[in-house]
Design a protein around this ligand. Structure first.
Ligand SMILES: [Mg+2]
Length: 397
């Protein structure tokens, strides 16, 4: 079997259905004040939508010469990742055997080295890798987790990210991860408000659930150490992504200085090489690769192996939200929890206008995904707001 065609799509407003997608994806995360790496620049502080690119979800479809196909997705790199696939990586896939996923990953990685290594190019490779694994497991007529080594567990508990604990407590989730509203730019007053939110959350959930804090690259070393001292009475399980991802030295200081809670990071780290740098620094006690960003399933398995040899858990960013990643969560021993968001109402979670087959947890627990492959397919509504990126720039000059 050979790869006959590689198609790349972005979701977006071109077909006049911006509302449908933004209703699905937009949330308080984008539209309320949450500390972020741009908080030090006052005009961008109020909400992330003031500075994040308005790129849609990127979908990759790899079609084999027998007409079967695999689907992949990676949303962070948007238009840039789509152009990298359509204008560069595609040529290394057409005519090749999709089962040779290790070889294809290595070729894509090496070919993109002059401009790649992190960010949008690795997100592009991740989406292709997802589509290859979906196709492989479909051809084997088995669930993707089976192709990744089989079930390492029979269920996995999810934790919820979101500050609306009053609406979501008692639903069976392992814990609640709070997005910290304030960072150093908001001074002592902001710090007190952060502490008050943690205190109030602990009082709400009592001993029934864990509390975690997400700082989205917005704090600094001194602020994080002070916050850790102030929240110590509330038994926080981890502080996540306190610092920008390149600050390995800062993360190492945090891990040495803070013993009352775990130091988690890695959602903006890439490939085994990036995670090895983090491990060499001793900068994390929990690794949080985003499987759709870090290099896909092929690379995530290597990152899990690195973490395992250091006795560290891997808790992937958005792990319970990505169809392909959920299969890895079931296939790897060292992944204890799945992250989950509730975008809409708790009783009708996450309707997806692009894919059918997206799994949801029951009473806070995921069961192994049903179906063959990643278990997803295009929803009927998908072509109403997906548009194909064909490599618009001339690449054969
Ligand atoms: Mg995070």
């Amino acid at each position: 079997m050979k790869i006959a065609e590689v198609k790349v799509f972005l979701s977006g407003p071109q077909k006049g259905l911006e509302d449908l997608d933004s209703k699905h994806r937009s949330s308080w995360l984008l539209e309320t004040e949450i500390a972020n790496p741009m908080s030090i620049h006052a005009q961008y502080r109020p909400k992330r939508s003031l500075w994040l690119p308005k790129w849609g979800r990127m979908i990759v479809q790899i079609i084999a010469d027998d007409g079967s196909y695999g689907l992949g997705e990676s949303s962070g790199g948007g238009r840039a990742s789509a152009e990298i696939i359509a204008g560069h990586l595609k040529q290394f896939l057409i005519g090749k055997d999709p089962f040779e996923v290790e070889r294809l990953w290595d070729i894509m990685f090496r070919a993109s080295l002059p401009y790649g290594r992190k960010g949008a190019p690795i997100m592009a490779i991740s989406a292709v890798d997802f589509a290859l694994w979906d196709l492989i497991s479909k051809k084997r007529q088995e669930p993707l987790y089976q192709s990744l080594g089989g079930l390492a567990k029979d269920s996995i508990q999810a934790y919820l990210t979101g500050n609306g604990i009053k609406e979501t407590m008692g639903l069976g989730f392992m814990g609640h991860k709070l997005a910290m509203p304030f960072g150093p730019a908001s001074g002592r007053k902001g710090m007190d408000a952060n502490v008050a939110l943690v205190k109030e959350s602990r009082e709400l959930v009592g001993s029934d659930a864990e509390i975690m804090l997400d700082c989205y690259m917005s704090w600094d070393v001194e602020y994080t150490i002070r916050m850790a001292q102030l929240i110590e009475p509330y038994g926080v399980k981890w502080i996540e992504e306190a610092l920008p991802p390149d600050d390995y030295v800062g993360y190492a200081i945090l891990r040495k200085s803070i013993t009352s809670t775990a130091i988690a990071t890695g959602e903006h780290e890439y490939t085994r090489y990036g995670f090895q740098s983090l491990l060499d620094a001793g900068g994390a006690s929990i690794l949080q690769p985003d499987i759709a960003w870090c290099g896909g399933l092929t690379e995530a398995k290597k990152i899990c192996a690195l973490a395992s040899a250091q006795a560290l858990p891997v808790i992937p960013h958005a792990g319970g939200l990505q169809a392909h990643a959920l299969h890895l969560l079931f296939a790897e021993v060292g992944i204890p929890y799945a992250e989950y968001f509730i975008f809409g109402q708790a009783e009708e979670p996450n309707p997806d206008p692009i894919f059918t087959g997206i799994q949801a947890p029951t009473n806070g627990w995921f069961a192994p995904p049903a179906g063959i492959g990643a278990g997803i397919d295009f929803a009927e509504s998908a072509d109403k707001f997906l548009y194909e990126i064909t490599g618009a720039l001339p690449v054969d000059r």
